[in-house]
Design a binder for this molecule. Structure first.
Ligand SMILES: *Cc1c(COP(=O)(O)O)cnc(C)c1O
Length: 400
């Protein structure tokens, strides 16, 4: 893993901005917490002892490196060499664990004894509760009351892992309200508590820090591609985008290589014009969400619009500030895929390759339908997670 080079313009600058986006728009009361993190994160991450422990856990606990798998039957169907970066094979079934491992080690180095997190569908809550059990730290997860009812298996996992799940009972009783509750907790516990954010969102330095922890995905991919194809750069890299962390990790070491085309796939939900969508770059406008300036779905008077996606992980009204910058500069192409298209792609991958993907990841697979290839291009798709958690949705949709 490397940290970013200061001269790379697609990465964060000294002030915490990616072009027009990023920064730290936080209440005064939160300033000391975020400032401590900002001053310390790069120093700690670059310490040898941190790197050694992080790499050892990624290897022996998470199961890294995750394979880069040439999907032969999928490749045949689309006429290109399609490689899947198998984040679905990680412990806990997705890429999220890369970030929570990094952040818990950082929290320990900062002397924190207590971890808080917010979660929507529960995936980030489970990844956080997992590393807290691993390191024996107290864990409090804020979750909207409605989400707690909808996501019973993940709530049970968190409890079994020893976490306290606190219902957020205000507002819409979903992710936004859980985030507010977590912020309030952090303000009240500035000394002993670290707040683990689950994607490349939030105030600086979170987007940069999370993308550094997730950059192991592209670091491995480059080596694996070199070994398998003789070249460490593919023609295309694709990843789905909720907040944007698996995509940020998948793009990281390719961002400054303009030969590599980057494609980010958002959730169109029931269609971008249906009123039930999470296609942020298509529907959104610039504004401030969760502590940073980015692109988000909002009404003309600036109220956040409730997003919709069949995949809980993509059901987010914004994208991280680096993505807003990649979108605005045109470095990365942002596209969107509907609920139905993603479910069909999930079934397709299952029947062609024997891999049941998370519905989030299936969005990236689905975009292959819209691409045309000359025949020998190398395409890498981040398979961000496995589909076990989505079986109920697949069962309902395909009447299994
Ligand atoms: C949470 C999640 C996502 C979306 O989060 P990003 O931060 O955009 O990566 C995508 N895939 C899976 C499997 C997830 O669990």
């Amino acid at each position: 893993m490397t940290t970013h080079d200061k001269i790379m313009s697609y990465f964060v600058n000294e002030k915490g901005y990616y072009g027009d986006f990023g920064g730290a728009y936080i209440p005064e009361m939160l300033y000391p917490n975020v400032e401590e993190l900002r001053q310390q994160y790069l120093g700690i991450i670059n310490e040898l002892s941190f790197q050694e422990e992080f790499k050892a856990l990624l290897k022996d606990y998470v199961g890294r490196p995750s394979p880069l798998y040439l999907a032969k039957r999928l490749s045949q169907k689309y006429g290109a060499n399609i490689f899947l970066k198998r984040e679905d094979l990680n412990h806990t079934g997705a890429h999220k664990i890369n970030n929570t491992i990094g952040q818990i080690l950082l929290a320990e180095k900062l002397g924190k004894k207590r971890i808080i997190a917010e979660t929507g569908a529960g995936q980030h809550g489970v990844a956080t509760a997992t590393v807290c059990a691993l390191r024996g730290l107290e864990c409090v997860v804020y979750m909207g009351e409605i989400d707690i009812k909808r996501q019973a298996p993940n709530v049970a996992r968190m409890k079994m892992l020893g976490a306290t799940v606190v219902p957020a009972t205000s507002g819409s009783k979903t992710l936004k309200d859980a985030t507010n509750e977590a912020m309030r907790d952090w303000i009240n516990n500035p000394v002993d508590t670290h707040y683990i954010i689950g994607s490349v969102v939030g105030p600086h330095p979170y987007p940069d820090m999370v993308s550094i922890f997730q950059s192991v995905i592209s670091e491995e991919t480059k080596k694996q591609l070199l070994a398998q194809t003789g070249k460490d750069e593919p023609d295309y890299v694709l990843a789905c985008v909720g907040g944007g962390s698996n995509a940020a990790g998948m793009f990281y070491h390719f961002i400054n290589d303009e030969n590599v085309k980057l494609i980010a796939v958002e959730a169109a939900g029931m269609g971008v014009s249906s009123g039930y969508s999470a296609a942020t770059t298509y529907l959104g406008k610039e504004g401030v969400l969760h502590g940073s300036r980015s692109i988000l779905m909002q009404t003309p008077d600036g109220q956040v619009v409730e997003p919709h996606s069949v995949s809980a992980g993509l059901d987010y009204p914004g994208i991280g500030p680096q993505h807003a910058h990649l979108f605005k500069t045109g470095r990365c192409e942002y596209v969107s895929i509907t609920d139905d298209e993603s479910l069909n792609a999930g079934l397709l991958l299952t029947q062609l390759e024997g891999i049941i993907p998370a519905i989030e990841s299936a969005h990236a697979i689905a975009h292959l339908e819209y691409m045309t290839f000359k025949g020998d291009e190398n395409v890498v798709i981040c398979l961000s997670g496995r589909g076990d958690k989505d079986m109920e949705t697949y069962m309902k949709h395909f009447k299994l």
